[in-house]
Design a protein around this ligand. Structure first.
Ligand code: PAF
Length: 329
């Protein structure tokens, strides 16, 4: 007996549905992973690669639900607090708010510390990066692998920024990070910390004049729609990482802990590759979208922010020697 195309199609759709529900029906473990940026950002590529790897490796017995673009939060600090409270299980995001959780992270917030990605990952993937992750465990957050947010650049709606005097008086949104704020004060700006979910509207309404972020964030968050000027300041390298709530991690069987660790490392490498590719492409795209790009003399800026090193070194306590190690490589 021949089946009509419609019956055949319906039977196929039902079979697919059955298969897909069966494959992921009743997973033993479901983890909620949150991040703060749109799905076009490298973080999301990293998060989705992590999801694919974990679900494939556990044959759907562990499911990773990815919540992008602050769907569960107002910003990165909020997500990290969610990990501590048990309302969110996993984080992909920058280290920006981390100094408020574990001060060793402040090590990476000093301006002009790393010259390129290779330089940064030599430190993050080595003993210093391991040391910082180990310290984080005391906060109920378990760091799994280092990712990249990127080299941060200043945008604003008032004027092109070349000389330091051009920065004077600009109201610049920063992450909730005291070193970043101190750096902008040294340059004469008025730093205003703000959760990421509020930034686009604040720029649109003119409550703030500017913000600073990597090109990947500026482009994927469409900041060119509300900012005219982009200065390639590369003033801070912003690391990112993937983490899991320690209590969740400890509750998993060892074989699944191993799956998570392996998948996180692979996802981090993928995220870094996506970042590098996008970072290389997005400057032209931002120009094409109408942004006016300036290239300040960074030696001048580097000199002007040196007081941040003098003032904040002592905040690192026992880790101050690590800053010297990074600087003297
Ligand atoms: O500026 C920030 O808050 C961060 O760089 C962002 C955009 C959330 C990405 O980590």
């Amino acid at each position: 007996m021949k089946m009509s195309a419609r019956v055949c199609g319906a039977a196929f759709a039902a079979a697919v549905m059955l298969l897909s529900t069966n494959a992921f029906a009743d997973p033993t473990y479901t983890l909620k992973l949150a991040h703060a940026v749109p799905v076009e950002n490298p973080y999301h590529y990293g998060a989705m690669r992590f999801k694919e790897l974990v679900e494939a490796e556990t044959k759907g017995d562990m499911v990773i639900q990815v919540f992008p673009n602050n769907e569960l939060s107002t910003g990165e600090r909020d997500i990290l607090e969610g990990l501590q409270l048990g309302t969110i299980d996993m984080y992909v995001g920058s280290t920006g708010p981390m100094g408020g959780f574990e001060k060793s992270f402040l090590l990476f917030d000093f301006p002009f510390l790393f010259k390129d990605l290779k330089d940064a990952f030599e430190v993050l993937d080595g003993p210093i990066g391991d040391h910082v992750f180990k310290k984080l465990d005391s906060q109920g957050i378990h760091g799994l692998a280092w990712m990249v947010n990127g080299f941060r650049n200043l945008t604003n709606s008032k004027r092109p920024v070349v000389k330091i005097s051009d920065v004077a008086g600009l109201k610049v949104r920063t992450m909730e990070n005291k070193l970043h704020m101190a750096m902008w004060r040294e340059l004469g700006a008025d730093p205003t910390p703000m959760a990421w979910s509020e930034v686009f509207t604040a720029l649109q309404q003119g409550t703030i004049d500017g913000q600073e972020n990597p090109l990947t964030v500026i482009y994927t968050s469409k900041l060119n729609e509300v900012q005219k000027y982009l200065a390639l300041t590369r003033h801070v390298f912003s690391p990112a990482f993937i983490a899991i709530a320690s209590s969740k991690f400890e509750d998993l069987p060892e074989k699944y802990q191993a799956v998570i660790v392996k998948a996180a490392k692979a996802a981090a490498l993928h995220e870094r590759e996506v970042y590098e590719k996008m970072d290389a492409e997005f400057l032209e795209k931002l120009r094409a979208a109408g942004m006016e790009v300036s290239t300040p003399d960074l030696d001048e800026y580097r000199k002007a922010v040196q007081p941040v090193y003098e003032k904040y070194r002592s905040e690192l306590g026992d880790d101050a020697g690590l800053l010297d190690q990074i600087l003297s490589r």
